[in-house]
Write a new protein. Structure first.
Length: 270
């Protein structure tokens, strides 16, 4: 750990009136949700053009229904089982000391489960189903609802159940609309970001004094623009990631570095 970067981060956070925490898949890795880029060959096994665009998915489900079921299972089961980790919890403690906005690329709902009160989900949430034509929320899932869907998918992928039975069972769990308008409220490749949420995220970045960027490769745009925008405005960007980063980089896992940073900044007794 670079001690100069650590001191710079602590001092800037102590002075800050507003902080943005910008998170990616890495913050949830210690909750058991694999990052797609680190997970062995996830995108090789499920090429994004076939599985991570709506058109790709609708085509692939007709030609390779079993592999779509495996893809969905790989995505939803870890989220269904996950609990917030010490990184998510440290952000909640920081909110008690300084105005904190969480902007997350994650779709796992773990910041809210931990207790963060201002969370902007720029890529949506796997725990919500929305009506794409009306632009409104149709259903909010609990993690146990996702687990029931995962159980149905397991029965099918292990060939204990036919596709027809799977569809009948899923109808009990998911608010289907046969026009295909009820979709998980997640942003896939090629989709626009939810406009109001994105506008609030840009505003929070403009107004913050420090931006903590945690567990993101910065490869997915436009979300990855946010730390760049902050830097361009002269705001200190502190990056927490095990992989090397330029600038004020704090090396390590979010579940270790964030609690220590919040402790050294706000909780240390003189
Ligand atoms: P990414 O997979 O591109 O990058 C993950 C980053 O996290 C890497 O830089 C890696 O070094 C770092 N990392 C790994 N373990 C870490 C740890 N314990 N602590 C801190 N950092 C750690 O993820 P991305 O930049 O978020 O982009 C991928 C897209 O896929 C995003 O939209 C993302 O939200 C989505 N996704 C979401 C989830 C989720 O909701 N939990 C999981 C996988 C992918």
């Amino acid at each position: 750990m670079d001690i100069d970067n650590w001191i710079a981060a602590v001092l800037a956070l102590r002075k800050a009136k507003r902080v943005v925490v910008f998170t990616g898949a890495g913050i949830s890795a210690e909750s058991g949700i694999p990052t797609f880029r680190d997970a062995d060959g996830f995108w090789q096994r499920f090429p994004p053009e076939l599985y991570a665009t709506w058109n790709g998915l609708l085509t692939t489900v007709v030609t390779q229904p079993l592999s779509v079921a495996e893809f969905v299972l790989n995505v939803i089961e870890p989220v269904a089982k996950a609990e917030p980790n010490s990184g998510h919890q440290a952000i909640v403690r920081m909110e008690q000391r300084v105005k904190t906005t969480v902007i997350t690329q994650n779709i796992d709902g773990l910041h809210q489960s931990a207790g963060s009160s201002e969370v902007l989900e720029v890529h949506g949430s796997l725990l919500e189903v929305s009506d794409t034509s009306a632009g409104k929320l149709v259903r909010r899932f609990e993690r146990k609802d996702l687990m029931r869907i995962a159980d149905c998918l397991h029965q099918y992928t292990s060939k204990k159940q036919s596709a027809e039975t799977l569809i009948l069972e899923l109808q009990q769990q998911y608010p289907f609309d046969w026009m295909g308008r009820h979709r998980p409220n997640v942003v896939l490749f090629g989709d626009g970001l939810p406009e109001a949420v994105w506008a609030k995220a840009c505003e929070a970045v403009e107004e913050c004094d420090v931006l903590l960027s945690v567990g993101t490769s910065g490869a997915v745009y436009p979300a990855a623009m946010l730390p760049d925008n902050a830097k361009a405005a002269g705001t200190l960007v502190v990056t927490i990631d095990p992989q090397p980063r330029s600038g004020c980089w704090l090396e390590g896992d979010a579940g270790t570095v964030l609690p220590k940073l919040i402790h050294d900044t706000f909780e240390i007794q003189n």
